[in-house]
Write a protein that binds this ligand. Structure first.
Ligand SMILES: *Cc1c(COP(=O)(O)O)cnc(C)c1O
Length: 378
């Protein structure tokens, strides 16, 4: 089976972890790798500060907690995302409000954000889906106008770039809003096994994030606590892996882009398959090489998945939109909400094997197999 994803670690990661072990630096409060990883990755993103966490989910929660999101507040987010984006909002007792996708990049439709903003809105939380950046200029413009924060969910888009027409320059995702959130789960662009980070240019947010990450121990009297804190500390062992990973992030992204180009070249002639795009204002890092199976293809998305599986190719379907999640329905959220584009994408979308360990022959085998299935319609 060609897996949909496999992490690829090297000697550098092993060496760093061994060093951390030999120094007895294994926790989240002891060891040089945490600091190094935070500095290196935040700088890579174009931010002054980084605060490493236990996951992308906790990075999102920590980010919203730093902005004091609470009961009565609303957070406007992309409908099509990993459930963690909406969970983080609910953990703060705030209300998630979804915006439908736009059909080309599959990201949040920036023309539909303003109609979702109310007196209660506090944060806009766009998700850079599958490695393609959201169109951030309009989001930042709306946030400024309405006095809102912007938190970027960049958990799938490490190193993706956005050309701001407003500022006339390229920026890495995560550095554009007030806070950027990343995941380092094993299938993400770079990994620490489990892990996450928030990045920011605000010294105030940085201090608050460090405080809340570590149970909110106050600086002067250690066991007095002025805030509701969390234990979201990344261990030095994970940071040791992360440091080695960030050292090679450019190579990893080059490989992701190479895989995407090879797939796109091979599949562009197949009728009924919509390929992922890269807008001229974007650098896509193709976290997962994602395609849509249209009616014209001849068989359904789910049938294609079955056929590929029979031929030893693992794939995965797109996310299910937040407004269709039973867990939120039970909580009375998103009542009457419709996101037709997100729903359609979630029914048509799948991603192909995308690990950076993929061999050219494997990519070519996937392409050849899809073409064969298309020809035979099954
Ligand atoms: C993976 C992911 C998360 C959650 O990250 P974890 O490290 O698994 O907690 C959040 N948002 C998006 C968009 C993701 O892809």
């Amino acid at each position: 089976m060609i897996p949909v994803f496999e992490p690829l670690l090297g000697e550098e990661e092993i060496e760093n972890v061994m060093k951390a072990l030999r120094n007895n630096e294994i926790s989240g409060t002891c060891g040089k790798y945490i600091d190094e990883f935070e500095k290196k990755f935040s700088q890579y993103c174009g931010c002054k500060y980084g605060v490493a966490t236990t996951s992308g989910t906790t990075a999102l929660h920590l980010a919203l907690a730093c902005l004091d999101a609470k009961g009565g507040d609303e957070v406007v987010l992309s409908a099509l995302t990993n459930i963690a984006t909406a969970y983080a909002v609910v953990y703060c007792n705030a209300r998630p409000v979804v915006v439908d996708s736009e059909p080309v990049t599959w990201n949040i439709n920036t023309n539909k954000i303003e109609e979702k903003i109310t007196e209660k809105t506090r944060v806009i939380l766009p998700v850079h889906l599958y490695g393609h950046p959201c169109d951030m200029d309009p989001i930042v413009r709306i946030a400024k106008k309405r006095n809102l924060y912007v938190v970027e969910d960049a958990c799938e888009a490490h190193g993706a770039e956005y050309f701001s027409r407003e500022d006339k320059k390229w920026k890495r995702v995560g550095s554009i809003g007030n806070i950027g959130c990343f995941s380092f789960y094993s299938n993400k662009i770079i990994t620490t096994g489990e892990g996450g980070m928030i990045v920011t240019n605000s010294g105030e947010i940085y201090e608050k994030a460090r405080l809340l990450r570590n149970l909110a121990f106050s600086k002067d009297v250690r066991f007095r606590h002025d805030y509701l804190g969390f234990n979201y500390r990344m261990t030095n062992l994970q940071a040791a892996i992360g440091k080695a990973q960030v050292d090679k992030i450019d190579k990893i992204i080059d490989k992701k882009r190479y895989i995407a180009k090879r797939y796109s070249d091979g599949l562009s002639s197949v009728k009924g398959i919509t390929l992922p795009v890269e807008m001229d204002w974007a650098k896509n890092v193709y976290w997962m090489y994602s395609i849509l199976v249209e009616g014209e293809f001849g068989i359904s998305r789910d049938e294609l998945i079955e056929k590929l599986k029979e031929r030893e190719i693992e794939t995965r379907t797109f996310f299910i939109p937040m407004n269709l999640q039973p867990v939120f329905k039970k909580m009375g959220l998103f009542e009457g909400e419709r996101c037709p584009i997100a729903k359609e994408l979630s029914q048509k979308g799948l991603y192909l094997p995308s690990g950076i360990g993929l061999k050219e022959e494997e990519i070519d085998y996937v392409i050849k197999t899809i073409k064969e299935i298309a020809r035979k319609k099954g």
